[in-house]
Design a protein around this ligand. Structure first.
Ligand code: LLP
Length: 431
């Protein structure tokens, strides 16, 4: 099975977290996001354990909120002793409303507004990850006015090309993010930062991309970043003590995908960090990682009801379902691969390739093309696997579709953590 948390029961129904998906669909309706809580907790624990086992100087797992953001996620993170990265005042608000400690938040963003920075200063966000010089000077001035000193990282673009889909590559030189290492900007900016009174440079941050399968790009990145920390020491006599390597660890969407598990990623990254720091005679920095997708994607699936099957002889068969690009825009954006199953006859033999299409008024609103499924008919239940990341978080209201609920399952129990939007919710801000 593509997802470890799924099984098929004696009735031939797909189950997740010990719950029968046909019963979940009947109880909560479709489209429905379902997430297995223990898969999320296990991933967080594995990341923490492998950091602690392989890295002597400690570190933090800061879950990338953008992958999946609602209050219950922050409660789980807090219970598991994890931190979080946030990229907007909306994510900060969600975290704080869930009772998450502001000092355990890392605030990113390449276009932070004054209001964003004000929110972060007032909340006492742990680290503001400064992306560019304009932000730096604005923050220094605002912190000065508030009588505060903001603890910051600088986001560096280390020039590592991590061979993934170009839209989700953020580490190479042509990037809207961060301060570019390759053109020599970084040391000049760091020199300027060190002169400022109301920001304290605690460390450096980078993020090289997403859905990366190999450990090598992370190893190069660690080496580049530690070399930079050594250059800062040699040039300015300042030893930075924290290094944030971002996220990007890949997951299995298709049976043929072979990502490393989080323990393997961390063993490789930690030992590269140790070896390199020793060589450069740097104290081991406090290491922060920001996994998003790898924590939540393998915990989730989406359930849809088949509304109509349209067969076009010699062309293709469309299986039209009751959700689509509004709850999962990843196929229309990136042609993202997914594994699909017929959840109510999960043990039936596949009959032929079909295109599973969404319900939005847009021809490109497809969930997946050329998928082998058993023959489907109206009323069948389709499961799209590994949708726990960047699905709910990227949902829209296109065609005025209310967002589906998120149901957590755990050892046969189910509970709603985000309610289904009502039609009145959609009118909330209409005047
Ligand atoms: N840290 C930073 C600064 C990031 O920009 C990201 C993701 C992460 C951590 C988490 O990366 P992850 O472990 O989830 O790969 N919407 C796209 C993914 C965009 C990722 C952007 N940054 C998708 O659906 O594939």
């Amino acid at each position: 099975m593509v997802l470890d948390c799924t099984t098929i029961n004696a009735a031939g129904h797909l189950c997740i977290g010990g719950c029968d998906t046909t019963e979940l669909a009947a109880a909560y309706g479709t489209p429905l996001y379902v997430m297995d809580e223990s898969t999320i907790r296990t991933a967080l624990r594995q990341y923490k354990a492998s950091l602690n086992e392989n890295y002597p100087n400690g570190g933090a797992v800061a879950f990338a909120s953008k992958a999946c953001c609602f209050k219950e996620m922050y409660r789980i993170l807090q219970q598991e002793g994890c931190r979080a990265d946030v990229v907007s005042a909306g994510e900060i608000h969600t975290a704080l409303q869930a009772g998450f400690p502001a000092e355990h938040l890392y605030f990113h963003g390449n276009a932070k507004t004054d209001r964003d920075l004000q929110t972060a200063l007032e909340a006492g966000i742990g680290r503001i990850v400064v992306d560019n010089e304009s932000e730096l000077y604005r923050l220094d001035e605002m912190a000065g006015r508030a009588g505060k000193c903001a603890e910051i990282y600088l986001r560096i673009t280390p020039g590592v090309d991590a061979h993934t889909h170009q839209f989700i590559r953020t580490g190479q030189i042509d990037s809207k993010f961060g301060i570019t290492l390759e053109n020599g900007d970084v040391l000049r900016v760091i020199g300027d930062v060190l002169k400022l009174e109301h920001v304290a440079l605690k460390g450096l941050h980078c993020h090289i991309g997403s859905q990366i399968f190999e450990a090598d790009p992370f190893v190069y990145t660690v080496q580049i970043m530690l070399q930079l920390m050594a250059d800062v020491r040699d040039r300015f006599g300042v030893t930075l003590t924290e290094l944030d390597l971002g996220g990007g660890f890949g997951i299995r969407y298709k049976e043929s995908d072979t990502p490393l598990n989080c323990g393997d990623y961390m063993r490789t990254v930690s030992s590269a960090a140790l070896e390199c720091a020793e060589k450069l005679r740097l104290p081991f920095p406090f290491l922060v990682i920001e996994p998003g997708r790898s924590v939540v994607a393998p915990a989730g699936l989406t359930l849809y009801t088949v509304e109509h099957v349209k067969k076009i002889p010699d062309v293709r068969t469309y299986v039209n379902v009751d959700g689509g690009m509004a709850d999962n825009p990843r196929y229309i954006l990136y042609q993202a691969p997914y594994t699909l199953m017929l959840a109510n006859r999960a043990d039936a033999a596949a009959e032929g390739p079909v295109t599973v299409a969404g319900c939005c008024c847009e021809s490109g609103d497809l969930i997946q093309e050329n998928v082998w499924l058993p023959a489907c008919e109206r009323g069948d239940l389709i499961a799209v696997l590994a949708t726990g990341a960047y699905n709910y978080a990227m949902a829209s209201h296109y065609n005025r579709l209310p967002n589906p609920p998120v149901v957590f399952v755990n050892n046969g129990q189910a509970r709603v953590v985000v309610r289904r939007e009502s039609y009145d919710d959609l009118l909330r801000n209409d005047v």
